[in-house]
Structure formats: C-alpha cells, structure tokens
Design a protein around this ligand. Structure first.
Ligand SMILES: NC(=O)c1ccc[n+]([C@@H]2O[C@H](COP(=O)([O-])OP(=O)(O)OC[C@H]3O[C@@H](n4cnc5c(N)ncnc54)[C@H](O)[C@@H]3O)[C@@H](O)[C@H]2O)c1
Length: 440
C-alpha cells in the first residue's frame, strides 16, 4: 500500500519505518527541513534501539523516503497518517494547530480518495475538526472528493518503540465506515498474524482510549510514589510492599515502581489534556487531578532530600547525576525529572557533573554550554570529587557498578537513588549513605 506519514518524529518515523518493513511504500513528510536532511543523508535524528538499521534497510530497498514537499506527500498515500505533535496549550489542553494544519494541507492538495488517520494523541472530537478543516479546503477549491477520517492512537513506548510497533499487544481503530475499517485491517494484517489484535470501535471511543491508557499508567505511578513517601516515614520498605501487592493478579507487577516522578512527552501532557477535557464537559476527574499534583511534587523529591541533607545553600558543592533522559533507552528529555533536579541545584549555586548513555546531545541542545553543567562520557567520570551522586534514570549500565571505585571517586560516599537500583543493606555494608525512595 502507498502510505504517507505526516510528522516524522518519534511516532511518525517509527510507524513509517515499520510499515515499510512489511512491504509498504512509505513517504514521510516533515516541516522540519533539518530533520528531513539528516534522514535523507542516511542518519536518524533520534535515538531508538533498532531503528537506525531498519531505516537504512528500507531506504536501500526503496520502500521508505523522506520529504518536505507537502504536495508530493499528499499525492503519494491513499492512507495519510497524521503523527504531528500535540503539545500542551497554555491552559493544559492539547494544542491542535499542527493536526489541523496537516488536515488543511491534505484538503489543499488531494486529487483522489484519502483515508486520513489520526495517530497523534488527540482529544475526543478531533476527528470532527480534522474532517471540517479538510472539507473547508476542498470547498475553497470548489472540488468534490471523497475522504474518511479514522482514529488509530499509538501505544508504542519510547525505548522499545520498534518492538512495540512490530509486535503490538493491541491495535485500536476508530472509524465510522466499513471501507475505512477494511483498509486499516489490510494495512495491519502483517502485524497480527498469530492472533487478532485489532480492536475496532467508534472514533470517539478510540480517541478516549489513548488518554485512558496513559492516565491509568500515570495513576499507578503516582499512587506508588505517594505510598513510597509514606512508607519512608512509617519505617516500612516500599519494595516489600510492592512485592506484597503485585502478586495479586488483580493488581499485577507492571508499573508499580516508585521513583522520582514520571516525565516524557506523553504522560504529563496527556494527563493535563484529559483533566482539561473532563473540566470542559462538566465531569471533573478528581483522581486525575491528584495524579498530576502528586507527580509535580515527586519530581522534587531528590532535590528535597539533597536540601534536607546539605541545606538550601549549595554554593561550592558538585553533584554527580546519572541519567538525564526521562527514561532508559531514549534520548528524550521532554519533562524529564533530571531537569527539575539540575535546575534546582543550579539555582542554589551547585554544579552538576552528569552522564547519560544517549541524551548528552539533547541536553546540550536544551541547556547550551551551561556554566554549572559538565557532561561526561562515562558514569565514573561524573563522580570524581563530587559531594554526592543522584541517580535519576534507571539505565541498565547503572545497575551493577564498581562500588569500591565509586566510593574512591566520590568526596562523600553518599547516593540519592531516585530509581531504587540497589539493596539498602548491602549499600550500608559497603560504607555508603544510601537514600532511596520509600526505603530505610
Ligand atoms: N513519543 C511517544 O512515545 C508517543 C507515543 C504515543 C503517542 N504519541 C503521540 O504522537 C504524537 C507525536 O509525538 P512525537 O513524540 O512523535 O512528536 P515529535 O515532536 O517527535 O514529532 C512531531 C513531528 O511533527 C512535525 N510536524 C509538525 N507540524 C507538521 C506539519 N504540519 N506537517 C508535517 N510535519 C509536521 C514536527 O516537525 C515534528 O518533527 C503526539 O500527539 C504524541 O502525544 C507519542
């Protein structure tokens, strides 16, 4: 099938590449000429395990191309995926300007039937807005052309995006006509050969499903974070509690890890957008309100522990930070807890020596040559002469470090662990002061 993907970011590039991998002819469009130039030059603009090789393979095979030419992109695909960003607006609602611009471009240039598929995470009712914008452009051109709009929210996880797209646990399709459903069934057939994973529904339910999934996951995290903070005060150990409740099949072990807050491009903005939608429709979601408040507080938990230990004036102190990306296996720094920590440390006069296996480049893009930030290319280098270590992202490489070398490098053997990577008793035995989340 001929597919156009509008927006070649994390979702667009992964989706387009995986759709090419199963034999489709895919053209990816972006308005960011720099991004397209990198892709056309054989590079990739993001870090995502397995993606680079897959892009190369499909480009070489002629199934995957990149362009900034809007008209060519609209002409190409019978299916037009919209995968542009939907960042939060000032009031927390999803900013739909890029989605609507993409729809208008389709209306301006289409000359035959198109199935327009919203893959971006968009509030309920967006498909109607896409339909109206596109129709308006057709009327402006005084042409009558058929098109359908469908919703196909994306559930991939950054860091495992290729695997998630190639082997999805579900594919949610919202449509209002059988022809569109059939086209989506055909498109996704190669991804569900061993069992049916396609769940079809009405468009509004599909749109809401994505927010429901992210809000539920964010709720589990915030719940565990608050429970961990309580456990710490009560003299209990949240790891024991996690095992104790996770073994209940109604609860399960997934997404029960307490930490220093969730970040990324999805949970924070999707929770906010759902709150906004709920408010607009007069159906406030108190649980979701609390999830956001709890997470904002949790992002300060490492800074609070550091202040409790060193006081508010951190002039002359240096803190090593391990992990900058909002989670492992990505270079994405959007809403990352590391940013709250580093900015809080800088404000109080401290310096930061940081290491992240993938996000140094992105950190430099955000902070430039910040005078209080030194980025180093291995974990041990960050520790040299530092007053303490703060662990923010649970990259695998941090799980089993050389503790005696760490002790020798740090000025004080003190670790603030925002991801509970180590066993507190062993750390004490090894001579560390070890402050984790919800543990003694
Ligand atoms: N990142 C994730 O893990 C993830 C997972 C599921 C869903 N989503 C959702 O998918 C959407 C995209 O997220 P992302 O992380 O890929 O964003 P992103 O910022 O990485 O990519 C969006 C791209 O769209 C481009 N763009 C904007 N307007 C355009 C236009 N009119 N025409 C062509 N290109 C245009 C931008 O230049 C950018 O490259 C969001 O709604 C997000 O919530 C993201």
């Amino acid at each position: 099938m001929k597919i156009t993907v509008i927006g070649t970011g994390y979702v667009g590039l992964v989706s387009g590449t995986c759709l090419a991998e199963v034999g489709n002819d895919v053209l990816c469009l972006d308005v960011d000429a720099k991004k397209i130039a990198i892709l056309q030059g054989g590079g990739i603009p993001i870090y995502e395990p397995g993606l680079e090789d897959m892009v190369k393979r499909n480009v070489t095979a002629g199934r995957l191309r990149f362009t900034t030419d809007i008209e060519a992109a609209v002409q190409h695909g019978a299916i037009q995926f919209i995968a542009v960003g939907t960042p939060p607006d000032e009031d927390g609602s999803a900013d739909l300007q890029y989605v609507v611009a993409a729809a208008r471009n389709i209306g301006k240039h289409m000359t035959d039937y198109k199935l327009v598929v919203d893959k971006s995470t968009v509030p309920v009712g967006t498909a109607d807005k896409v339909r109206a914008a596109l129709q308006e452009e057709l009327e402006r051109r005084a042409v009558k052309l058929e098109f359908s709009v469908a919703s196909n929210p994306e559930f991939l996880k950054e860091g495992a995006a290729v695997e998630d797209f190639m082997r999805p646990d579900r594919i949610v399709i919202g449509t209002d006509n059988e022809h569109a459903t059939q086209m989506m069934r055909t498109l996704y057939a190669p991804f569900q050969r061993n069992r049916e994973r396609l769940i079809t529904m009405d468009i509004r339910s599909a749109e809401l499903t994505k927010y429901a999934a992210n809000a539920m996951l964010a709720t589990r995290i915030s719940f565990m974070n608050e429970l961990a903070n309580l456990a710490e005060k009560l003299g209990a150990d949240i790891e024991n509690v996690r095992h104790g409740i996770g073994s209940d099949p109604r609860i399960g072990y997934h997404f029960l890890y307490p930490g220093c807050g969730y970040g990324g491009s999805c949970f924070p903005k999707d929770v906010q957008a759902l709150r906004r939608t709920a408010g607009e429709y007069g159906a406030p979601m108190h649980v979701i309100d609390a999830v956001e408040v709890a997470n904002d507080a949790q992002k300060h938990v490492l800074l609070d522990k550091i202040i409790a230990r060193f006081g508010n004036d951190l002039q002359g102190k240096t803190f090593a930070v391990w992990g900058l990306a909002f989670k492992p296996n990505t270079d994405d720094m959007r809403e990352a807890p590391s940013r709250v920590l580093m900015e809080g440390l800088w404000e109080r006069g401290a310096k930061v020596a940081a290491h992240d296996p993938a996000a140094a480049h992105e950190t430099r893009r955000i902070y430039g040559d910040h005078p209080q930030l030194q980025l180093v290319d291995n974990p041990m280098a960050a520790l040299q002469g530092a007053d303490a270590l703060a662990i923010v992202t649970e990259w695998k490489v941090f799980r089993s470090p050389d503790f005696s070398a760490m002790k020798a490098a740090l000025k004080t053997p003190l670790i603030f662990d925002g991801r509970n990577l180590y066993d507190p008793a062993s750390m004490r035995a090894a001579g560390f002061e070890y402050l984790a989340i919800g543990r003694q």
